[in-house]
Write a protein that binds this ligand. Structure first.
Ligand SMILES: C[S@@+](CC[C@H](N)C(=O)[O-])C[C@H]1O[C@@H](n2cnc3c(N)ncnc32)[C@H](O)[C@@H]1O
Length: 256
């Protein structure tokens, strides 16, 4: 077991089946990140049309070679997923119990790859709660808003840490994200990302103060602009719904 690769393997068959069911990958092309000893892979190959897996640890060939020879629809690449240029030409669905130390870069890689239409992921429970949080919750942050802009998100279930071998320190959860139509053009998206990150810059500060500070625009100007958009600048970013951030991005030119 290699700690540096976040290797905590799943054992419970019912749990694995539940993940496969929620992923809904019958006859679809699947990418698995970190197949490990193949616990999830051996169910994926039964349902999916093809499974392309990326595993950084080539010592796991010991387990995965046998599965690969049994199932011609499985191809395991012994590569670091973060270094792979996916460049996908058809639609894919990701299903994975991901290494928790690289959760954010993996999620951003998925968001960036338009041909990935859904991802069913096991992550640390706290991260899942943040990703699926709605406004007015303390878990709601820039990550929630950004992911929910690109994807519809849905929490599937909590998973007790005792389901893994070795048992990790933290509990886990599974969520599914499904790609949706983008509401902004590329230029507006860049502004959206900047505004969202800037609005959450200092959690205790108001939206007005955070935007004024992060975008380097006088408070009076920002205040007038927010009034015009019907958004209360005295609220904190954690109270602002995604659609209001979209509205700000669409109308940013007025004060830029
Ligand atoms: C949490 S384990 C999950 C293993 C297996 N899917 C399961 O559920 O039992 C994460 C797996 O990701 C692999 N891994 C870690 N970093 C990786 C990377 N950068 N690219 C590809 N695989 C990676 C680890 O070696 C490990 O097999």
């Amino acid at each position: 077991m290699k700690k540096k690769f976040g290797q905590n393997f799943l054992t419970d068959t019912n749990l694995l089946k539940k993940i496969i069911d929620s992923a809904n990958i019958k006859d679809k092309d699947v990418i698995e990140i970190g197949p490990g000893q193949g616990a999830l892979t051996k169910f994926l190959v039964l349902d999916a049309s093809s499974v392309t897996a990326y595993e950084v640890d080539s010592d796991l060939k010991l387990y995965l070679n046998k599965l690969e020879s049994e199932f011609p629809n499985l191809k395991v690449n012994y590569q670091d997923i973060l270094k792979v240029n996916l460049d996908l030409e058809k639609e894919y669905h990701v299903v994975a119990n991901i290494p928790y130390n690289i959760t954010s870069p993996i999620i951003f890689k998925i968001l960036d790859e338009a041909m990935i239409k859904s991802a069913t992921l096991m992550v640390q429970k706290e991260v899942c709660d943040r990703i699926t949080a709605s406004p007015n919750n303390k878990e709601y942050n820039a990550l929630s808003v950004i992911i929910q802009y690109y994807m519809n998100v849905e929490k599937i279930m909590n998973v007790n840490k005792k389901m893994f071998r070795p048992i990790p320190k933290v509990d886990s959860a599974v969520f599914k994200m499904t790609r949706k139509e983008r509401e902004l053009d590329l230029e507006e998206e860049t502004i959206f990302l900047r505004l969202v990150k800037g609005s959450f810059h200092q959690k205790r500060k108001t939206l007005l103060n955070n935007i004024s500070f992060s975008q380097e625009i006088e408070k009076e100007k920002v205040s007038l602009w927010l009034n015009k958009l019907n958004i209360d600048g005295n609220l904190r970013a954690e109270n602002i719904k995604k659609d209001d951030f979209i509205k700000m991005a669409k109308n940013f030119k007025i004060i830029a």
